[in-house]
Design a binder for this molecule. Sequence first.
Ligand SMILES: Nc1ncnc2c1ncn2[C@@H]1O[C@H](COP(=O)(O)OP(=O)(O)O)[C@@H](O)[C@H]1O
Ligand SMILES: [Mg+2]
Length: 267
Amino acid sequence: MTTSANERVAHAPDSGTPVFEARDVKVYFGGVKAVDGVSLKLMPGLIYGIIGPNGSGKSTLIGAMTRLTKLTSGELLFDGEPYHNASASSIARKRVARTFQTVRLLPDLDVRDNIRLGADGRQDERPNLLSRILGIGGSPATDDAIDKAQLHGFESFYPSELSYGTQRRVEIARAISTNPRLLLLDEPTAGMNQTERAEISQLMKSLKNDGLCQLLVEHDVQMMIDTCDHVFAMNFGKLIAEGRPEDVVRDPQVQEAYLGRKWREHA
Ligand SMILES: Nc1ncnc2c1ncn2[C@@H]1O[C@H](COP(=O)(O)OP(=O)(O)O)[C@@H](O)[C@H]1O
Ligand SMILES: [Mg+2]
């Protein structure tokens, strides 16, 4: 179900303090201007999307937001505080979680332990270290993430025993077990069927109800319309359009960037 236009007006993306802001962010790799002057604001509790053809800079922007990728210039702000120069272990960085374009789970750990890798980074999980060494007791953040991602029954499975869609949910569970304020999802549904896509969309909407701000990179138009409150379109490292998903996908510049081909063919 899509959010109505009225609801979107009530959550106008320009009011209040953004959870995240990028100001004129540039990431150049030698002569390649992967991200070339992007400014955007993300408000708490909304789901944002990024569309754009392959090579338009979407993953590089996500890498810059998590500070895994060095900025050439520009500013990143979290809750209004600059963090582009803060230490890699800074709170702001810890409150921004991501999933990668290809699934990255540790093959020798079961589902619960893969998710626990995220939870272990949390201050409030430290008292559980002893019980973990002793092999007793649980991790509330891990249990909570398993709950939210509806992974009950899969806890002791290894990644190779899971469908692609379930592996993705484990990755998302690991990301949310860090208790982020902002979750970045880089093409989480690539290679999924419609049912699995709908599951991811549903999971994102339930996380939104908990107040989590999310940014989704996705090629599937219907998924974007069903899931996102606000969409940005990128081409050649720049934002070329933004607004309601159903408007952005019809924008002539956006259509031209994709050369009129069906969006899903780019996934
Ligand atoms: N580490 C890197 N070194 C050099 N060029 C890169 C690197 N990462 C990405 N690029 C280039 O930057 C551009 C944007 O890539 P990317 O952000 O992956 O695009 P998208 O995610 O939209 O497909 C592409 O031209 C890509 O080849
Ligand atoms: Mg990418």
